[in-house]
Design a protein around this ligand. Structure first.
Ligand SMILES: C[S@@+](CC[C@H](N)C(=O)[O-])C[C@H]1O[C@@H](n2cnc3c(N)ncnc32)[C@H](O)[C@@H]1O
Length: 226
Protein backbone atom coordinates (compact mmCIF):
# COMPACT_ATOMS: atom_id res chain seq x y z
CA UNK A 1 0.00 0.00 0.00
CA UNK A 2 1.37 3.39 -0.98
CA UNK A 3 1.28 5.04 2.42
CA UNK A 4 3.27 2.29 4.17
CA UNK A 5 7.04 2.21 4.44
CA UNK A 6 7.01 -1.35 3.02
CA UNK A 7 10.69 -2.17 3.54
CA UNK A 8 10.43 -1.89 7.29
CA UNK A 9 7.55 -4.27 7.92
CA UNK A 10 6.83 -7.98 7.76
CA UNK A 11 3.40 -9.61 7.88
CA UNK A 12 2.74 -12.66 10.08
CA UNK A 13 -0.70 -14.17 10.61
CA UNK A 14 -2.31 -11.01 9.20
CA UNK A 15 -0.55 -8.60 11.62
CA UNK A 16 2.24 -6.31 10.39
CA UNK A 17 5.44 -6.10 12.45
CA UNK A 18 8.24 -3.56 12.22
CA UNK A 19 11.79 -4.59 11.41
CA UNK A 20 14.66 -2.95 13.33
CA UNK A 21 18.11 -2.07 11.94
CA UNK A 22 19.50 -5.53 12.69
CA UNK A 23 16.70 -7.13 10.67
CA UNK A 24 14.80 -8.41 13.71
CA UNK A 25 11.15 -7.86 14.57
CA UNK A 26 10.86 -4.84 16.84
CA UNK A 27 9.47 -5.60 20.30
CA UNK A 28 7.38 -3.30 22.46
CA UNK A 29 6.98 -3.40 26.22
CA UNK A 30 3.50 -4.86 26.67
CA UNK A 31 1.01 -2.60 28.39
CA UNK A 32 -1.07 -5.61 29.37
CA UNK A 33 0.30 -9.16 29.68
CA UNK A 34 -0.33 -11.26 26.55
CA UNK A 35 -2.72 -13.61 28.38
CA UNK A 36 -4.77 -10.69 29.69
CA UNK A 37 -5.58 -9.79 26.08
CA UNK A 38 -8.10 -12.60 26.08
CA UNK A 39 -10.08 -11.17 29.01
CA UNK A 40 -9.60 -7.53 27.94
CA UNK A 41 -13.18 -6.88 26.73
CA UNK A 42 -14.68 -8.27 29.97
CA UNK A 43 -12.24 -6.17 31.98
CA UNK A 44 -13.32 -3.01 30.14
CA UNK A 45 -17.02 -3.78 30.57
CA UNK A 46 -17.04 -5.00 34.17
CA UNK A 47 -14.28 -2.93 35.71
CA UNK A 48 -12.70 -0.12 33.67
CA UNK A 49 -15.92 1.58 32.50
CA UNK A 50 -18.09 1.32 35.64
CA UNK A 51 -15.42 1.45 38.35
CA UNK A 52 -12.41 3.39 37.04
CA UNK A 53 -14.08 5.75 34.58
CA UNK A 54 -17.48 5.94 36.32
CA UNK A 55 -18.85 5.80 32.76
CA UNK A 56 -21.49 3.89 30.83
CA UNK A 57 -20.02 1.60 28.15
CA UNK A 58 -23.23 1.50 26.08
CA UNK A 59 -23.41 5.30 26.06
CA UNK A 60 -19.75 5.39 25.01
CA UNK A 61 -20.43 3.17 21.99
CA UNK A 62 -23.54 5.21 21.09
CA UNK A 63 -21.43 8.40 21.15
CA UNK A 64 -18.80 6.83 18.89
CA UNK A 65 -21.43 5.47 16.49
CA UNK A 66 -23.06 8.88 16.30
CA UNK A 67 -19.71 10.60 15.61
CA UNK A 68 -18.69 8.21 12.84
CA UNK A 69 -22.06 7.61 11.15
CA UNK A 70 -21.35 9.93 8.21
CA UNK A 71 -17.72 8.93 7.72
CA UNK A 72 -17.27 6.96 4.51
CA UNK A 73 -14.49 6.07 2.07
CA UNK A 74 -11.76 7.76 4.13
CA UNK A 75 -8.23 6.68 4.98
CA UNK A 76 -8.48 6.33 8.75
CA UNK A 77 -5.77 5.67 11.32
CA UNK A 78 -6.46 4.60 14.89
CA UNK A 79 -3.78 5.01 17.52
CA UNK A 80 -4.11 2.34 20.24
CA UNK A 81 -6.47 -0.07 18.47
CA UNK A 82 -6.72 -2.44 21.44
CA UNK A 83 -9.05 -5.35 20.78
CA UNK A 84 -10.74 -3.58 17.86
CA UNK A 85 -13.71 -1.83 19.51
CA UNK A 86 -14.00 0.50 16.50
CA UNK A 87 -14.88 -2.40 14.22
CA UNK A 88 -18.34 -2.28 15.83
CA UNK A 89 -18.96 1.46 15.36
CA UNK A 90 -17.09 2.61 12.26
CA UNK A 91 -18.74 2.20 8.83
CA UNK A 92 -16.90 -0.66 7.10
CA UNK A 93 -16.52 1.13 3.74
CA UNK A 94 -13.56 3.11 5.13
CA UNK A 95 -9.93 2.07 4.79
CA UNK A 96 -8.82 1.42 8.36
CA UNK A 97 -5.25 1.24 9.66
CA UNK A 98 -4.78 0.43 13.35
CA UNK A 99 -1.63 0.44 15.43
CA UNK A 100 -0.99 -0.90 18.93
CA UNK A 101 1.98 -2.07 20.98
CA UNK A 102 0.06 -5.18 22.10
CA UNK A 103 0.28 -8.19 19.75
CA UNK A 104 -2.39 -10.07 21.71
CA UNK A 105 -4.94 -7.27 21.40
CA UNK A 106 -4.18 -6.82 17.69
CA UNK A 107 -5.01 -10.49 17.12
CA UNK A 108 -8.40 -9.91 18.72
CA UNK A 109 -8.87 -6.76 16.63
CA UNK A 110 -8.06 -8.71 13.44
CA UNK A 111 -10.90 -11.09 14.25
CA UNK A 112 -13.37 -8.23 14.91
CA UNK A 113 -12.58 -6.27 11.74
CA UNK A 114 -13.05 -9.44 9.68
CA UNK A 115 -16.28 -10.28 11.49
CA UNK A 116 -17.60 -6.78 10.73
CA UNK A 117 -16.81 -7.16 7.00
CA UNK A 118 -14.07 -4.56 6.64
CA UNK A 119 -12.58 -5.26 3.19
CA UNK A 120 -9.76 -2.81 3.60
CA UNK A 121 -7.98 -2.84 6.96
CA UNK A 122 -4.44 -3.31 8.22
CA UNK A 123 -3.04 -3.75 11.71
CA UNK A 124 0.48 -2.80 12.84
CA UNK A 125 2.37 -3.72 15.98
CA UNK A 126 3.78 -0.26 16.43
CA UNK A 127 3.98 2.61 18.92
CA UNK A 128 2.06 5.87 18.53
CA UNK A 129 5.26 7.88 18.92
CA UNK A 130 6.96 6.38 15.82
CA UNK A 131 4.53 5.57 13.04
CA UNK A 132 5.65 3.47 10.05
CA UNK A 133 3.72 5.59 7.55
CA UNK A 134 4.60 8.24 5.01
CA UNK A 135 3.73 11.92 5.55
CA UNK A 136 0.17 13.04 4.65
CA UNK A 137 -1.20 9.49 4.46
CA UNK A 138 -4.50 9.79 6.35
CA UNK A 139 -7.77 11.79 6.18
CA UNK A 140 -9.00 11.07 9.71
CA UNK A 141 -7.47 9.86 12.98
CA UNK A 142 -9.02 8.33 16.10
CA UNK A 143 -7.68 7.64 19.57
CA UNK A 144 -10.18 5.89 21.79
CA UNK A 145 -9.24 5.73 25.50
CA UNK A 146 -5.54 5.29 24.71
CA UNK A 147 -3.94 8.76 24.77
CA UNK A 148 -3.20 8.62 28.52
CA UNK A 149 -1.04 5.52 27.94
CA UNK A 150 1.34 7.08 25.43
CA UNK A 151 4.73 7.84 27.00
CA UNK A 152 5.29 11.21 25.34
CA UNK A 153 2.29 13.21 24.14
CA UNK A 154 4.51 15.64 22.22
CA UNK A 155 6.20 12.87 20.22
CA UNK A 156 2.78 11.41 19.52
CA UNK A 157 1.20 14.67 18.28
CA UNK A 158 4.25 15.36 16.15
CA UNK A 159 3.78 11.99 14.45
CA UNK A 160 0.02 12.48 14.21
CA UNK A 161 0.57 15.82 12.49
CA UNK A 162 3.10 14.29 10.09
CA UNK A 163 0.87 11.44 8.87
CA UNK A 164 -2.34 13.50 8.61
CA UNK A 165 -3.37 15.59 5.63
CA UNK A 166 -4.20 19.28 6.16
CA UNK A 167 -7.72 19.87 7.56
CA UNK A 168 -7.98 16.27 8.79
CA UNK A 169 -9.92 15.60 11.96
CA UNK A 170 -8.48 13.86 15.01
CA UNK A 171 -11.25 12.44 17.24
CA UNK A 172 -10.31 11.45 20.77
CA UNK A 173 -11.91 10.07 23.91
CA UNK A 174 -9.77 10.31 27.02
CA UNK A 175 -10.21 10.43 30.80
CA UNK A 176 -9.41 13.83 32.30
CA UNK A 177 -8.47 14.53 35.95
CA UNK A 178 -11.20 17.11 36.66
CA UNK A 179 -13.96 14.61 35.78
CA UNK A 180 -12.63 11.52 37.51
CA UNK A 181 -13.77 10.26 40.90
CA UNK A 182 -11.24 11.28 43.55
CA UNK A 183 -10.50 7.68 44.64
CA UNK A 184 -10.21 6.32 41.12
CA UNK A 185 -6.67 5.38 40.05
CA UNK A 186 -6.72 5.74 36.27
CA UNK A 187 -3.47 4.53 34.65
CA UNK A 188 -1.12 6.64 32.59
CA UNK A 189 -0.75 10.41 32.38
CA UNK A 190 -3.92 12.45 32.66
CA UNK A 191 -4.08 15.91 31.08
CA UNK A 192 -6.81 18.43 31.90
CA UNK A 193 -9.09 19.74 29.15
CA UNK A 194 -7.22 23.03 29.24
CA UNK A 195 -3.81 21.31 28.98
CA UNK A 196 -4.98 19.24 26.01
CA UNK A 197 -6.29 22.39 24.33
CA UNK A 198 -2.91 24.14 24.80
CA UNK A 199 -0.84 21.14 23.63
CA UNK A 200 -2.87 20.60 20.46
CA UNK A 201 -2.81 24.35 19.70
CA UNK A 202 0.99 24.27 19.89
CA UNK A 203 0.98 21.76 17.00
CA UNK A 204 -1.46 23.80 14.85
CA UNK A 205 -4.62 21.87 15.68
CA UNK A 206 -7.95 23.62 16.37
CA UNK A 207 -9.19 21.96 19.54
CA UNK A 208 -12.92 21.57 20.26
CA UNK A 209 -14.49 19.74 23.21
CA UNK A 210 -17.70 17.82 22.64
CA UNK A 211 -20.62 18.32 25.04
CA UNK A 212 -21.12 14.60 25.82
CA UNK A 213 -21.04 13.68 29.48
CA UNK A 214 -19.90 10.19 30.42
CA UNK A 215 -18.04 9.89 33.74
CA UNK A 216 -14.37 10.78 33.53
CA UNK A 217 -14.29 10.74 29.72
CA UNK A 218 -13.77 13.87 27.61
CA UNK A 219 -14.62 13.60 23.90
CA UNK A 220 -12.92 16.13 21.68
CA UNK A 221 -11.83 16.83 18.11
CA UNK A 222 -8.67 18.57 16.93
CA UNK A 223 -8.52 19.73 13.32
CA UNK A 224 -5.10 20.04 11.71
CA UNK A 225 -4.44 23.48 10.20
CA UNK A 226 -0.92 23.27 8.77
C1 LIG B 1 -7.48 1.19 27.42
S1 LIG B 1 -6.83 0.52 25.95
C2 LIG B 1 -7.97 1.15 24.73
C3 LIG B 1 -7.97 0.31 23.51
C4 LIG B 1 -9.12 0.52 22.52
N1 LIG B 1 -8.97 1.76 21.80
C5 LIG B 1 -10.46 0.39 23.18
O1 LIG B 1 -11.21 1.37 23.21
O2 LIG B 1 -10.77 -0.67 23.70
C6 LIG B 1 -5.32 1.36 25.64
C7 LIG B 1 -4.54 0.81 24.46
O3 LIG B 1 -3.40 1.62 24.21
C8 LIG B 1 -2.36 0.76 23.77
N2 LIG B 1 -1.08 1.47 23.93
C9 LIG B 1 -0.43 1.81 25.05
N3 LIG B 1 0.70 2.49 24.76
C10 LIG B 1 0.75 2.58 23.40
C11 LIG B 1 1.67 3.19 22.49
N4 LIG B 1 2.76 3.82 22.90
N5 LIG B 1 1.40 3.10 21.16
C12 LIG B 1 0.30 2.45 20.72
N6 LIG B 1 -0.61 1.86 21.54
C13 LIG B 1 -0.38 1.93 22.86
C14 LIG B 1 -2.52 -0.46 24.65
O4 LIG B 1 -1.84 -1.59 24.16
C15 LIG B 1 -4.03 -0.61 24.65
O5 LIG B 1 -4.47 -1.39 23.58
Amino acid sequence: MKSIKENFTVKKQEINYLIDRSGKIKKFKPWLGYLFSFSYDKLMEKSVFPKLLNANINKHFEILKNEFIDIHSLNIIELGTGSGALAEVLPNDNRYVGIDISKGLLKKANYKFKKNNFDNFELYNSSADELPFEDNSFDYAICNLSLNFFDDINLFINELKRVLKTNSIFFCSVPIPERKLEKSKISGTLYSENELNQIFKKYDFDFESKSYENGAILYFTAILKK
